[in-house]
Design a protein around this ligand. Structure first.
Ligand SMILES: Nc1ncnc2c1ncn2[C@@H]1O[C@H](COP(=O)(O)OP(=O)(O)OP(=O)(O)O)[C@@H](O)[C@H]1O
Ligand SMILES: [Mg+2]
Length: 364
């Protein structure tokens, strides 16, 4: 069974991973990460944006020594509609026959223009009636065609299209043991979006893409320091961080108003606050809906999770244990004796869960 290259084209950076499978174990072959542009790509002309994505892809293919042409990609945010619905009990085959008809009421545009997929999550009894819980996923056909063409233009063949939240779940399954009866959250803090998935009994039962991420933080810094986007981005990566009140750094040292770190933290804290409120709201909604369990652990990933102390901040605000989602926790690394490669893996590990989640999918 073969594996495609896991290709995560985000709104700020592109991530690739590829692995092979040997005796039931995954072995990482190579990775590659590159920013598409210094500016957020949504602010660019569509043509310019396409050229930048093509150039970045070509560079990554060479850098990561990619020989295969088959790629698995994923979509998120406003590109995807995901709905959790309940339907009268039926088999998978039966559902296949009626899914387009059933989906129509959940999709805000003509059903002829979408590509549909579904997953049966489980069976429930509701008011004495046997029902199935179904995750419905819809993507507009023109978005699918856009990516297929774009990848074709750099010699790549799209063999699988997934959604970020599902890819995150697959990376989690490949890397962590399930604990009986535990619900976990995976929070992928990207540039434009923060993807949130709740996994319970082996299924993603809730997912949401919150439209807050690293671009919003960089914009806060640009406003505060009166700088352009790319300078603000640099400032964020070099000096950005969250000042945790429970840490005594702030108590032993009175910060001056000019202290960059303090100034950055104070200008991004409003946006960070909004983000955790959205996360808390999603958790509350899930936990309060019938029979759903409390969220026991949070796994963080994404470029924005690299902001210093983000894990501590989320743990403190949500009052839930937080750890970084390590996409190589259960994956062997082929070049484990190459210190430069190991360093690269460490540096980029929080950016790679989506692409690893795509790379572990089997293709025929
Ligand atoms: N060291 C760092 N400190 C703070 N932020 C960082 C750091 N490194 C990267 N980022 C931020 O991470 C973001 C990119 O992360 P990621 O690659 O996960 O997003 P993306 O997949 O491109 O976006 P999206 O998923 O929203 O479409 C950028 O906003 C960038 O500023
Ligand atoms: Mg992303």
């Amino acid at each position: 069974m073969a594996h495609a290259i896991g290709l995560d084209i985000g709104s700020y950076s592109i991530k690739v991973s590829f692995l092979k499978e040997k005796a039931g174990k995954y072995i990482l072959q190579n990775i590659g990460v590159a920013d598409i542009s210094e500016e957020p790509i949504d602010t660019l002309e569509p043509e310019k944006k396409n050229v930048l994505i093509q150039e970045t892809l070509k560079r990554l293919i060479v850098e990561a020594g990619i020989k295969s042409k088959d790629v698995a990609i994923s979509l998120s945010g406003d590109q995807v509609i995901a709905r959790y619905i309940k339907l009268p009990y039926m088999t998978r085959e039966e559902l296949k026959g009626v899914i387009r008809y059933e989906a129509e009421q959940y999709i805000p545009f003509p059903i002829e223009q979408v590509v549909l997929d579904f997953h049966i999550l489980g069976e429930v009894t509701d008011d004495g009636q046997k029902k199935i819980e179904v995750l419905l996923v819809a993507v507009k056909e023109d978005i699918v065609n856009y990516y297929i063409k774009l990848l074709e233009s750099v010699g790549l063949n799209t063999v699988l299209i997934d959604i970020d939240t599902m890819a995150l779940h697959n990376s989690f399954d490949a890397n962590y043991e399930k604990k009986e009866g535990e619900t976990v959250a995976i929070i992928n803090m990207g540039a434009k979006f923060t993807n949130l998935s709740l996994i319970d009994e082996g299924f993603t039962r809730f997912s949401r893409d919150i439209p807050i991420g690293g671009i919003a933080l960089t914009n806060d810094i640009a406003r505060e320091f009166n700088l352009g986007f790319s300078e603000s981005e640099k400032l964020k990566r070099e000096h950005g961080g969250i000042i945790i009140e429970s840490e005594n750094v702030i108590l032993t040292r009175i910060p001056s108003k000019e202290d960059k770190k303090v100034r950055i933290y104070s200008c991004i804290s409003n946006t960070l606050g909004k983000l955790v409120v959205e996360i808390r709201r999603a958790f509350d909604f899930y936990e309060s809906s019938s029979k759903k369990r409390n969220i026991g652990r949070v796994f963080l990933c994404g470029g924005t999770a690299k902001l210093q102390n983000m894990d501590k901040f989320v743990a403190e605000r949500l009052k839930i244990p937080v750890e970084m989602h390590n996409p190589f926790n259960g994956i062997e690394i082929e070049k484990k004796d190459d210190p430069a490669f190991i360093e690269k893996v460490k540096q980029y590990s929080s950016l790679l869960p989506v692409s690893i989640g795509l790379a572990v999918r089997k293709i025929k």
